[in-house]
Ligand binder design. Structure first.
Ligand code: ZN
Length: 169
């Protein structure tokens, strides 16, 4: 998002030149440059043997299951977001998290940082914001997530990482 007014003091922003970025909205009162940055969000595939943690959240996709996801809070690392979101949404603790690359969602200016994580401990205990959480078979996850293109890309990367052969399983 490109800011016009300072979110701290309400002053109209001026343009300030910043090397490669060119003109950047700037508040001379707070001395802050407001770069046009995306909102970082994590997407996590939680794996337990041949199963994957799938959620139902109708406000995201009406007829598809999705992976755990959530925004990175200010003040935490992306890794902390992964542990926190999985725990908050599903009650599960994870370990051995691995970064699988990023995807950009233009419509919402969201930068999705995708991860896989290994189940460590805990029973499923879903949060209010989630309608349903279950362990699903890895082999059928791609079908059950049919609307969620980014989630499916994550699952494909996971299958490759763990050398899971869809034909044989
Ligand atoms: Zn200001």
């Amino acid at each position: 998002m490109r800011f016009k007014y300072c979110p701290k003091c309400g002053e109209r922003l001026i343009e300030k030149y910043s090397w490669d970025e060119g003109g950047v909205p700037y508040c001379p009162i707070d001395d802050i440059m407001y770069f046009d940055t995306p909102k970082p969000c994590v997407v996590v595939a939680v794996i337990k043997e041949n199963e994957i943690l799938l959620l139902k959240q109708s406000y995201i996709f009406k007829d598809s299951k999705v992976l755990v996801s959530g925004y990175v809070n200010n003040g935490e690392t992306v890794e902390q977001t992964v542990y926190r979101e999985v725990k908050e949404e599903t009650g599960i603790s994870v370990e051995n998290i691995k970064y699988l690359g990023s995807e950009y969602l233009f419509s919402k200016e969201i930068l999705m940082l995708t991860f896989m994580a290994k189940y460590k401990s805990g029973e499923i205990r879903k949060s209010e914001e989630v309608e349903w959480v279950e362990w699903g078979e890895l082999k059928s996850a791609l079908c059950e997530m049919h609307e969620d293109e980014i989630g499916k890309n994550v699952v494909r990367k996971v299958l490759k990482e763990i050398n899971y052969d869809l034909e044989k399983n």
